[in-house]
Design a protein around this ligand. Structure first.
Ligand code: 5GP
Ligand code: ZN
Length: 113
């Protein structure tokens, strides 16, 4: 996608603070963190949202695996963390490239506002 922020970050056209990368997934620090640990897990391939990931595609599983690894790396396994996908307007999605938020380092409360 030519004009997609996260495609540009994934291709290094725009800088991001990269904390993890493999062939399919990149993880960066959120520019406006909502918790002491706030990472964005982004597939390198563009999907508008979780709704447009084809059935059988492994990317969601891969993102969850990366989330577990990053939770370990950032020391939030014992205290707990939240893995969030915002989908659509009411879900709070502002960047129309599939991504998951990994949040931790404080008590996040529930339900969200
Ligand atoms: P959404 O609201 O779509 O679920 O999440 C988008 C997230 O991307 C927000 O938490 C926002 O702070 C983050 N974000 C927006 N622009 C940038 C950017 O240029 N760099 C980084 N690292 N994060 C961004
Ligand atoms: Zn994109």
């Amino acid at each position: 996608m030519d004009d997609c922020l996260f495609c540009k970050i994934a291709s290094k056209e725009i800088p991001g603070e990269i904390v993890y990368e493999d062939d399919n997934v990149i993880a960066i620090k959120d520019i406006n963190p909502q918790a002491p640990i706030h990472l964005l897990l982004i597939p390198k391939e563009h999907y508008d949202s979780v709704l447009t990931v084809p059935a059988g595609n492994e990317i969601i599983t891969q993102i969850h695996t990366v989330a577990n690894r990053l939770a370990l790396k950032f020391g939030i396994v014992d205290t707990g963390f939240r893995l969030v996908n915002n989908c659509g307007e009411d879900g709070g999605q502002t960047v129309l490239h599939l991504h998951y938020h990994l949040l931790g380092g404080r008590n996040l409360g529930w339900p969200p506002g």
